[in-house]
Design a protein. Structure first.
Length: 475
């Protein structure tokens, strides 16, 4: 939630819905009514290759990616070569191991227990034959059941099916929204949101093109007012990565005060710069869903803009917050890696750990600061968080002597409370994005999850090492 204080303005607070934010933004979301089209298909003309229609995977390929795993637990005597003989059998029978875990045997002081996950369904005849052979070479072999974990998307195409379910479906704006009593503004939002709800990226390496919005003159004027005000502050307060990428966005993605950039152009630019891409969305996503998208290097972005009568105020994320706050940083490879680490850590995590990760997101991706060397070799404070870069009020405040600035430490930050209707009293400053990423990797070790994951950018799938059963998405 954003608000104006003493002539200065807080920008939109966050793209994800933590518990507090979901209460504050409880009525944001889908298009209000069926409406006439507000968008028109077009192709970008900024020097990058046009997006091509997605290519769908064959059923055989889908089956290969979704291959089941089997988990076995057995005991081996503590003697030279005993384990090696067992492990060699997996290769001899053509089974790939994905996870090995050892522990002392509780029943035999002269033995160790091993838990191994390997690719293959225990109901398959080849797996059954192999298990019979394993039983002859080990003691007390048992086949364990799947580990139950919360829902997470496993292929990038999953986002085409769940986003509408995770959005708040209430069609009314909050009474404090400047457009609450403006039927034309509400209809305009409905038009833009209708196209966003219908968007499907597909399963190909290149997403389907995002429809282009024909912005109105008053909308462009509101964008220009925000853009010009922030450009006055960026040279002194924005990090070098944001400033560098903003110049590239001006050159290649239509950034400037006289037009609102098209999300398709921005997405094409990001794919070439850092591997990130954009998806249109109609409002607030749950923390779990939004963080999961980061694991795939996907950023969900609104396309509508704040009410033109108050260009320096917004009670929710809008296109100014997304394109001026988030996009310049997602174009930086180190920052993109850092953001993806947060996303990967969220997959299959408990609700409590999702809350911790969302808080880390708040104090980094949304309101993070960093230190840079100036011309004299001194390390000076700069902003990289989207809540700062998209709000001149927050940007001035975070660089003043009023807030407390602490070193970036996810273990501490995840427990820090924060307000959503005032300027932040506490910020965290990283020494570098590479350092921030390493600290985030260390932090993920504290997340209690029975498996590890990685993102395969070629197949656009999440790969995990354990035999797990993923719960269906929540409504």
């Amino acid at each position: 939630m954003a608000a104006a204080f003493s002539g200065r303005v807080l920008g939109a607070r966050s793209r994800i819905g933590t518990a507090a934010q979901l209460r504050a933004w409880a009525r944001r979301g889908r298009a209000m009514t069926p409406a006439s089209p507000a968008v028109a298909a077009s192709t970008p003309s900024h020097g990058y290759a046009n997006a091509t229609p997605a290519v769908h995977l064959t059923p055989d390929k889908e089956l290969e990616f979704e291959q089941d795993k089997t988990t076995v637990l057995f005991r081996v005597l503590d003697e030279p070569g005993a384990l090696n003989e067992v492990l060699t059998m997996f290769g001899q029978y053509g089974f790939d191991m994905t996870h090995i875990q050892s522990r002392l045997s509780k029943d035999d002081v002269d033995a160790y227990e091993f838990e191994i996950d390997f690719k293959g369904d225990e109901l398959d005849s080849k797996v059954s034959t192999f298990l019979d052979v394993l039983r002859e070479q080990t003691d007390e072999l048992r086949v364990l059941g799947k580990k139950q974990v919360p829902w997470f998307p496993r292929h990038i195409s999953d986002f085409d099916h769940f986003t509408q379910k995770t959005l708040d479906a209430d069609e009314d704006l909050e009474s404090d929204h400047p457009g609450f009593n403006d039927p034309d503004y509400r209809q305009r939002r409905a038009d833009i949101c209708k196209a966003a709800m219908a968007y499907k990226a597909g399963t190909g390496r290149v997403p389907n093109p995002i429809e282009r919005v024909e912005y109105h003159e008053d909308e462009v004027a509101a964008w220009g007012a925000v853009y010009n005000q922030l450009m006055k502050l960026y040279p002194a307060h924005a990090c070098k990565e944001a400033q560098h990428n903003l110049k590239l966005l001006q050159r290649h993605a239509g950034y400037g005060p006289d037009q609102i950039p098209q999300l398709e152009d921005v997405s094409v630019f990001l794919r070439e710069a850092s591997g990130f891409s954009c998806r249109p969305i109609t409002g607030l996503l749950s923390a779990r869903a939004f963080l999961a998208a980061l694991a795939f290097r996907v950023f969900f972005s609104t396309q509508y803009i704040r009410h033109p009568s108050q260009p320096f105020y917004t009670p929710e994320p809008d296109v100014c917050h997304e394109l001026l706050g988030h996009v310049p940083m997602f174009a930086d490879p180190d920052f993109a890696d850092f953001s993806q680490e947060i996303g990967l850590a969220s997959l299959g995590a408990s609700d409590a750990d999702i809350e911790r990760l969302a808080t880390c997101y708040w104090f980094s991706v949304e309101f993070g600061l960093c230190r840079e060397k100036d011309v004299y070799g001194q390390r000076t404070l700069k902003a990289y968080g989207a809540g700062c870069l998209s709000s001149f009020g927050e940007l001035e405040h975070c660089m003043s002597d009023k807030p407390e600035v602490r070193p970036w430490d996810p273990l501490e930050a995840c427990q820090q409370s924060y307000p959503i209707t005032t300027f932040q009293p506490v910020y965290y400053a990283a020494e570098s994005f590479a350092d921030a990423r390493e600290r985030m990797i260390d932090f993920t070790a504290t997340i209690n999850r029975p498996f590890d994951v990685r993102y395969n950018r070629h197949s656009q799938r999440i790969e995990f090492d354990r035999n797990v059963s993923v719960a269906p998405p929540r409504d």
